[in-house]
Design a protein around this ligand. Structure first.
Ligand code: OGA
Ligand code: MN
Length: 288
């Protein structure tokens, strides 16, 4: 039996049926999944919860594994991740054990972002697997950055085409300052890599806006004032409901998104409920 693709959002998102994530994908199925991914940008697989090893095996069936950003940046002071969890797994959770967080991002909103744009070679994809979900809240939304770029008014497009943006490493998408980083007082001096504001997807050849996140984004050569005005105008265009699809999680869901052409946001939820997600990362190329 072949795989079935059921579109979910208007411009992105699709559920894939007929793939058993408990068994290593054969190359034919993997190719069909990659093709659907390039067309729909975010894929949903439903099923029973997987072990970390199964999640890693599924990821390896689709490409090379990347480590979580805390490991790439060699960050100290992060959550005390249990020693039985493989170092390729990124725990996203608000749960605390013995007073210490077991994962990242807590229960507050994670503002619009693309994963790890603050490293030189960000992951192509993120694969997030729900193990425990709150009864309400904590939905994750996705935004099609091809469509955002293609519909950008000419007056804005000509100001951002060919420019580089600096992506600050100091803060997480939930707003927390990373251990060992000083507060940013001048966005032009913030630590982090420069990436092209418009990148070409290496597989599809399509162009997408690559904004990382709004906070402390800095477009090369601009004054701080010009930067704020330009980025505010671009973000106002980007954050339109027609580019967005929102997912409400069920236990067992696996969502796989393409960081090269999608941004995402996680809404807040009640911190007295538990949410535990395990994430793997597909290795990517330097944005160009
Ligand atoms: C992530 C992230 C969103 C969520 O894992 O990169 O932003 O729904 N998480 O937890
Ligand atoms: Mn993220």
């Amino acid at each position: 039996m072949g795989i079935e693709t059921v579109p979910l959002g208007e411009t992105l998102g699709a559920e894939i049926r007929g793939v058993d994530l408990r068994h290593r994908l054969d190359e034919k199925v993997a190719e069909a999944v990659r093709t659907a991914w390039h067309e729909h940008l975010v894929l949903l697989f439903r099923g029973a919860p997987l072990s970390d090893q199964k999640l890693i095996d599924f990821t390896l069936g689709l490409g090379d594994l990347e480590f979580p950003p805390s490991k790439i940046l060699n960050l100290a002071g992060g959550p005390a991740i249990g020693s039985d969890i493989p170092s390729e797994i990124n725990v996203i959770s608000n749960v605390k054990e013995n007073g210490k967080p077991i994962g990242h991002l807590g229960a507050s909103e994670a503002t619009w972002h693309t994963d790890s744009a603050f490293v030189e070679v960000p992951p192509a994809g993120s694969i997030l697997h729900a193990l425990e979900v709150p009864p309400s809240g904590g939905n994750t939304s996705f935004l099609n950055m091809y469509a955002a770029y293609e519909t950008l008014p000419d007056a804005l497009r000509s100001r951002i085409d060919g420019k580089k943006i600096k992506h600050d490493q100091t803060y997480t998408s939930a707003g927390g300052r990373r251990h060992g980083y000083d507060a940013v007082t001048d966005i032009r001096e913030a630590p982090g890599p420069w990436h092209p504001a418009v990148r070409t997807h290496p597989e599809t050849g399509r162009k997408a806006l690559y904004l990382g996140r709004r906070m402390n984004g800095y477009v090369e050569d601009l004054s701080v004032e010009e930067n704020e005005e330009l980025l505010d105008a671009i973000w106002e265009h980007v954050l339109q409901p027609k580019f967005i699809w929102e997912h409400k999680w069920s236990v067992g869901d696996v969502l796989m998104w393409d960081n090269r052409c999608v941004m995402h946001r996680r809404e807040a939820f009640d911190d007295s409920s538990r949410r535990i997600m395990h994430r793997t990362q597909l290795a990517g190329d330097r944005p160009s």
